[in-house]
Ligand binder design. Sequence first.
Ligand SMILES: Cc1cc2nc3c(=O)[nH]c(=O)nc-3n(C[C@H](O)[C@H](O)[C@H](O)COP(=O)(O)OP(=O)(O)OC[C@H]3O[C@@H](n4cnc5c(N)ncnc54)[C@H](O)[C@@H]3O)c2cc1C
Length: 278
Amino acid sequence: MRENVSSLKNVPLSDFCTYHTGGKARSLKIVYDIEGLLETAQGEYVVIGCGSKLLISDKGFDGKVILMRLSGMKLTESGVYAYSGVPLPALSRYCESNSLKGLEWASGIPGSVGGAVKLNAGAFGKSVSDVLRYVDVLKNGKIERLLRKDITFGYRTSDISDIIVGAEFECERTDEDMSALRKRYFSLRRATQPRGFSCGSVFKNAEKPAGWYIEQAGLKGLAQGGAIISEKHANFIINTGFASSQDIFTLIRAAKAEVKSKFDVSLTEEVIYLGEFY
Ligand SMILES: Cc1cc2nc3c(=O)[nH]c(=O)nc-3n(C[C@H](O)[C@H](O)[C@H](O)COP(=O)(O)OP(=O)(O)OC[C@H]3O[C@@H](n4cnc5c(N)ncnc54)[C@H](O)[C@@H]3O)c2cc1C
């Protein structure tokens, strides 16, 4: 039988993020169920879901990392409930196979339910906050339920500060061909976004899309070590295979400086840093 938690020491965090860069974690706890979570979520820690919004320092992280792998989904009266470690593409497919509409836009986002709720992930004009009913969080050793109306969401932000355990999403039964819709969204993504190791959009949009400023500043194709500002979409920085996190960070700094100097616009990061950068 599987344990509730796997405890690992000095583990390369590059295995747990979509950039595939970064150093080691001193302590990594992989949590598979609520019991394991209750046992592990003590003291100081950071939570990683799918690591698809993270840039992890090459020096690693000298603290405890909880890797969220709570799994399971179920149909509810209003839609679907999913535990926080469920990948969004899996949730979206589950909805599709149950003829539920509401989360099809999320099928190409490589994050977990927990990370998506925390960051109010979105695509094609929809975001988590449009379909969320409630979130279960771990607060002071107990599971508490936060209703949608009690949470403040912004553009790729929420004010949730506790560990997300699971969430219910409102979805409707439909006769529409959800598979066709998912494929349409997928093709749109393929047409506009580059392939390769990335964190999706690096910067938040300002008055205009962040990629517009970076492109107009002539930075498409700018490379540092194994990292490059994508030719296809300037708000993506790609690890071509041998980048360090520092290479990616150097390009982030260069893009911010150039955009500031050319347009007097201060781009802010959507990517989240873990560990030290200099
Ligand atoms: C190719 C690609 C395309 C993308 N496209 C999109 C897109 O279209 N739209 C979009 O919004 N994003 C997109 N992203 C970004 C990313 O997938 C989302 O932000 C996703 O929601 C992050 O989830 P995660 O589990 O990977 O979070 P992580 O990167 O693991 O963590 C992000 C933050 O959430 C916190 N967190 C994670 N899990 C929990 C939890 N259970 N409880 C509390 N806090 C938690 C972490 O501590 C961290 O602060 C894309 C990324 C890639 C690589």
